[in-house]
Design a protein around this ligand. Structure first.
Ligand SMILES: Cc1cc2nc3c(=O)[nH]c(=O)nc-3n(C[C@H](O)[C@H](O)[C@H](O)COP(=O)(O)OP(=O)(O)OC[C@H]3O[C@@H](n4cnc5c(N)ncnc54)[C@H](O)[C@@H]3O)c2cc1C
Length: 398
C-alpha cells in the first residue's frame, strides 16, 4: 500500500473516479494558488466557482434538489483531496456544504429549499452557520442572541439582537445569508425547570441591523473567510425560521455530527499532504553525504505518518459509511474527528521537523499545514468535546 493508494479502502469505481478527479483538480488548479492566497489572506473565488462547476458543492444532496446524488463518503473524498494541498479551500467547501446548505436541506420548507439550494449547490453562493458566541462555544446552550417575534403592518417578523463569532464563509462577496441560533423564548423542561427555547433563523446578507465585522487575523486558514457578526434589531420575515421553533439546539447538534465526518476527512487530507511532502523531501535532501531518507530515524518518523493517515482515513470512512447506510454515527464521527485531527497535527509537526529550517518558511506547504492544522483540534467541537461525546456513549458522562 503506497501513501496515495486509495484502492485498499473498498471504494466503488464511481468513488474512486471522483477522488482521482478532485485530486487532479487540486494539483492543477488549487495548489498553484495556495501560497499567494495564504499570503494575501484572500479566498480565490474563481476556485470556488470552479469547484461549483465540478459539482462539488452538490455532492451529498439528491438530484431532485440539484445535487449530485452522492453521500458523506463522496463529500469526504473530495474534501480530503483538496486538503492535501490547501486546507483553506477544503474548509470553504466543507463549511459551504455542511454548515451552509445542509441545514436548509435537512430542516427547510419546500419554499426555502427551492429558493436557497440551487445557488448554494452550484457554488454560485455561500452561506454561514452562526452558532458560536463570545459566551457560547463548546457550551453551545449558552446562546445569548435573541430572536423575538413581532407583529408589523406587513406581517410577523423576527427581531434579532446579539453577536456571533468566528463564522466561516459569512463575509465573502457571494455570501447569501447566515443561519443563526437564537433564543426565541422559554420552555418548561421534562424536570419542570425552565429552559431556553433555541431556534434557528435565516438572516440574508445586507439585512439592516446585521453587520459583518472585519475578517480575523488568524494563525492559519488564511484564505478561508471568517468574521464576527452582530445583530442590532435586525428584522427578517417570520418565514425565515429554519426548522421547527424550539428545535434549533437538537438540529444543530445533528448538523455538527455530520460536519465532524467532513472535518475528519479534511484532517486526513492535511495529514496526507504532510506525508507526501516528507517522502519527497527525505528522498532528495542530502545530509552527511547521504539522502536524509536513508536514516532509520527519518524512515520511522515517516512510517508513523503513514500509519496516522491510514487510521484517520479508516475512521472517517467508517463513520461516513454508517451515515450513508442510515445507521447511528455520532460516536464514530467523534472518534473520526479526534483520530484525524490528531493525525493532521502530528504529521504537520513531523513533516516540518523533517524539512528543518525550510519547514519554517511559508513558501513550503508543510509550514502552512503546520499553522493550519491546529484549528482542526478546535473547530466543529474541540478535542475535549469529542472525548465528552465518546465518554457519554460509554455511559461515563451526563
Ligand atoms: C477559524 C475558525 C472557524 C470557525 N467557524 C465557525 C463557524 O462557521 N460557525 C460557528 O458557529 N463556529 C465556528 N467556529 C467556532 C468554533 O467551533 C469554536 O471556537 C469551538 O467550538 C470552541 O469554542 P470556544 O472557542 O468558545 O472555546 P471554549 O468552549 O471556551 O473552550 C475553551 C477550552 O475549554 C475546553 N472545554 C470546554 N468545555 C469543556 C468541558 N466540559 N470539559 C473539558 N474541557 C472543556 C475546550 O475543549 C477548549 O480547550 C470557528 C472557529 C475558528 C477558530
Amino acid at each position: 500500500m503506497g501513501a496515495l493508494d486509495l484502492s485498499a479502502y473498498g471504494l466503488t469505481d464511481e468513488q474512486h473516479e471522483l477522488a482521482g478527479l478532485v485530486r487532479a483538480f487540486a494539483d492543477e488548479q488549487v495548489a498553484p494558488r495556495a501560497y499567494e492566497a495564504d499570503r494575501t489572506k484572500t479566498l480565490p473565488l474563481e476556485v470556488v466557482a470552479a469547484m461549483g462547476d465540478l459539482g462539488l458543492f452538490g455532492l451529498p444532496f439528491p438530484e431532485e434538489v440539484g445535487g449530485q446524488g452522492g453521500d458523506a463518503v463522496a463529500l469526504g473524498l473530495a474534501i480530503e483531496a483538496l486538503a492535501r494541498v490547501d486546507q483553506s479551500i477544503a474548509i470553504t467547501l466543507e463549511a459551504g456544504v455542511s454548515l451552509g446548505a445542509m441545514p436548509v436541506f435537512r430542516f427547510g420548507t419546500d419554499a426555502q429549499r427551492a429558493e436557497l439550494l440551487p445557488d448554494l449547490l452550484a457554488g454560485r453562493a455561500l452561506a454561514g452557520f452562526g452558532l458560536t458566541e463570545p459566551e457560547a462555544g463548546s457550551d453551545a446552550g449558552g446562546t445569548r442572541t435573541t430572536a423575538r417575534l413581532e407583529s408589523t403592518a406587513t406581517g410577523d417578523e423576527w427581531v434579532i439582537d446579539g453577536a456571533k463569532q468566528f463564522i466561516t464563509n459569512s463575509g465573502t462577496a457571494i455570501t447569501r445569508f447566515v443561519t443563526v441560533t437564537a433564543v426565541t423564548g422559554e420552555r418548561v423542561g421534562a424536570d419542570g425547570a425552565p429552559r431556553k427555547e433555541i431556534s434557528t433563523v435565516i438572516v440574508p446578507s445586507g439585512t439592516p441591523g446585521f453587520t459583518v465585522g472585519p475578517a480575523y487575523d488568524k494563525v492559519g486558514w488564511h484564505a478561508s473567510d471568517t468574521h464576527p457578526l452582530s445583530f442590532d434589531g435586525a428584522r427578517v420575515p417570520a418565514a425565515n425560521l429554519l426548522g421547527e421553533r424550539g428545535r434549533g439546539f437538537a438540529n444543530f447538534l445533528s448538523i455538527l455530527d455530520e460536519g465532524r465526518i467532513a472535518i475528519a476527512a479534511l484532517s486526513t487530507g492535511a495529514a496526507e499532504g504532510c506525508l507526501e511532502a516528507a517522502i519527497d523531501y527525505a528522498g532528495t535532501r542530502q545530509v552527511f553525504g547521504e539522502r536524509l531518507g536513508s536514516r532509520q530515524a527519518i524512515q520511522f518518523m515517516i512510517a508513523r505518518m503513514q500509519l496516522r493517515v491510514h487510521n484517520a482515513r479508516l475512521a472517517w470512512l467508517h463513520a461516513a459509511r454508517l451515515q450513508a447506510a442510515g445507521r447511528p454515527f455520532t460516536t464514530e464521527a467523534a472518534i473520526a474527528k479526534l483520530t484525524a485531527s490528531d493525525a493532521a497535527m502530528d504529521n504537520a509537526r513531523d513533516a516540518t521537523q523533517i524539512f528543518g529550517g525550510n519547514g519554517f518558511m511559508n513558501e513550503y506547504p508543510v509550514a502552512r499545514h503546520y499553522r493550519d492544522s491546529k484549528i482542526l483540534e478546535i473547530g466543529e467541537g474541540t478535542t475535549e468535546v469529542q472525548l465528552l461525546v465518546i465518554a457519554r456513549a460509554l455511559g461515563l458522562a451526563g
